[in-house]
Design a protein around this ligand. Structure first.
Ligand code: SAM
Length: 254
C-alpha cells in the first residue's frame, strides 16, 4: 500500500532506461564531469545507467526501505550519493550546476517541476518520465488543447521537447496511465526580471481557461488599463511566452 501511495512503478525495460540516461548525459565518457540529481531512484534501475555516464549521481529517495536497499546495492560505488529525503524538502541548488532526471512519482509531478525550474541557471539539462498528458502539456504549442500554465512555466526556463512514449508494460507494476519522456533544455538567462511576479501574472491569465484574458485580468488589475490593451479579447491559451512577457511589461508600466 505504501508503495502505491508513493507512486512506485518501477521501470524494467532496459532499452528505455538507457534512452533516458542517454538523453540526460549524451556525452558519456570516462572524463565526463556531469553531476546528475536523480529524483525517485526506487530500486536503482535508472541509477545504474546514469552512473555509467555521469561523474557523480545524487539520488533522492523518500522511502527508507528503498534507501537501505540502494545503500546495499551500490555500497562499492563512490560516484553515488544517496539522500534519504522528500525531494520537495531538498535544496536542489546545493550541488552547483546539475542535470536532473528521474522516473517521477506522478502524484507530485507539478511541485517537482516547480522546484526543479526554480534553480534557474544551475539547471543544465532535465529529463523526466511523466504521465503522457503531462508531457503533452509541457511541450504544447500555443493554441493547442494542451497549452496552459504548465507550458508557460516550463518555457520560461527552457525549451521543452517531447522525446518518446513509454507503455505501461515497461513498468512493474504497470501504471494505469500511459507515460512519456520529456526533456527541458534550459536557457542561458531567464527572459524576465522577476520570475515569481511573471508566474503569478501567468497564473491569473489562465485562472479560468474558458474566459478571455480581459475577464481574468480585471479581477486583479485596473479595468481601464486592461480594456486599452488590444489582445485582451483573446484567451490565454492563444498567447506565446513572448506575448505573455510583453503583455505583462505593458501592464506593469500602466
Ligand atoms: N526510478 C525508479 C524506476 O524507474 O524504477 C522508480 C520510480 S517510481 C515511479 C517513483 C519513486 O519515487 C519511488 O521510488 C518512490 O518511493 C519515490 N518517491 C515518491 N515520493 C517521493 C518524494 N516525495 N521524494 C523522493 N522520492 C519519492
Amino acid at each position: 500500500m505504501a508503495g502505491r501511495r508513493l507512486g512506485q512503478h518501477f521501470l524494467i525495460r532496459k532499452s528505455i532506461l538507457e534512452r533516458i540516461a542517454a538523453a540526460a548525459c549524451p556525452e558519456a565518457s570516462p572524463e565526463s564531469d556531469a553531476t546528475v540529481v536523480e529524483i525517485g531512484p526506487g530500486k536503482g534501475a535508472l541509477t545504474e545507467h546514469l552512473l555509467a555516464r555521469a561523474a557523480r549521481v545524487i539520488a533522492i529517495e523518500v522511502d527508507q526501505v528503498l534507501v537501505h536497499y540502494l545503500q546495499q546495492k551500490f555500497r562499492d560505488n563512490p560516484k553515488l550519493t544517496i539522500v534519504g529525503a522528500d525531494v520537495l524538502k531538498v535544496d536542489l541548488a546545493q550541488w552547483g550546476p546539475v542535470t536532473i532526471a528521474g522516473n517521477l512519482p506522478y502524484y507530485i509531478t507539478s511541485p517537482i517541476f516547480e522546484r526543479v525550474l526554480s534553480i534557474g541557471p544551475l539547471l543544465q539539462n532535465a529529463v523526466f518520465l511523466v504521465q503522457k498528458e503531462v508531457a503533452a502539456r509541457v511541450a504544447a504549442s500555443p493554441g493547442s488543447r494542451d497549452y496552459g500554465y504548465l507550458t508557460v512555466q516550463t518555457r520560461l526556463m527552457g525549451e521543452p521537447k517531447y522525446l518518446f512514449d513509454v507503455p505501461p508494460t515497461a513498468f512493474h507494476p504497470p501504471p494505469k496511465v500511459d507515460s512519456a519522456v520529456v526533456q527541458l533544455t534550459p536557457r542561458a538567462e531567464v527572459p524576465v526580471p522577476d520570475r515569481q511576479a511573471f508566474l503569478e501574472f501567468a497564473g491569473i491569465c489562465f485562472r479560468h481557461k474558458r474566459k478571455t484574458l480581459r475577464n481574468n485580468l480585471i479581477e486583479n488589475y485596473d479595468k481601464t488599463l486592461i480594456d486599452s490593451l488590444p489582445e485582451v479579447g483573446k484567451r490565454a491559451e492563444q498567447l506565446s511566452l513572448e506575448q505573455f512577457i510583453d503583455l505583462h511589461q505593458r501592464i506593469l508600466k500602466g
